[in-house]
Design a protein around this ligand. Structure first.
Ligand code: ZN
Length: 140
């Protein structure tokens, strides 16, 4: 495996852990954002709104949230419920979204030059540090 590929695989794995740990309550449980089911954070997925194939939003925290495996893997991410969740979460207070988080994510997802490998390595370091903190704070 090339170094490039290794770093990207690691980034996918660590970012997913970060999103789920961040979404977990202090008992280590996450609520699926599209169906409301509660599961231990280790049994959840980190679901992308704009597909992971788009590098511009692959590691964008506004695009990725805890989802149960059923919603994420077998129901194509439940887009209508995901859209509703994003609108409820952001439209009222995120000025960057300019009133529409979904449009904002699509614009971000279409950017071509998004980050360097070195930046990605830095992000992985930051996510790992945050996960470590959450392990302590939430006793994960
Ligand atoms: Zn679900």
């Amino acid at each position: 495996m090339s170094l490039r590929k290794y770093i990207k695989n690691t980034a996918d794995k660590v970012f997913s852990q970060y999103i789920r740990a961040k979404g977990a309550d202090r008992h280590g449980y996450c609520k699926c954002i599209t169906c409301g089911k509660r599961e231990h954070w280790k049994d959840m997925d980190a679901g992308h709104y704009v597909t992971r194939a788009r590098w511009g939003t692959r590691f964008d925290e506004d695009n990725v949230f805890p989802q149960c495996r059923r919603c994420n893997r077998f129901e194509e991410g439940r887009k209508p419920e995901f859209t509703r969740y994003l609108r409820d979460r952001y439209d009222s207070y995120d000025p960057a979204a300019d009133g529409n988080i979904v449009d904002s994510l699509i614009i971000r997802s279409n950017r071509t030059k998004t980050f360097t490998l070195d930046e990605l390595k830095e992000w992985v370091k930051d996510w790992r540090a945050e996960i470590k903190k959450m392990y302590i704070v939430k006793s994960l």
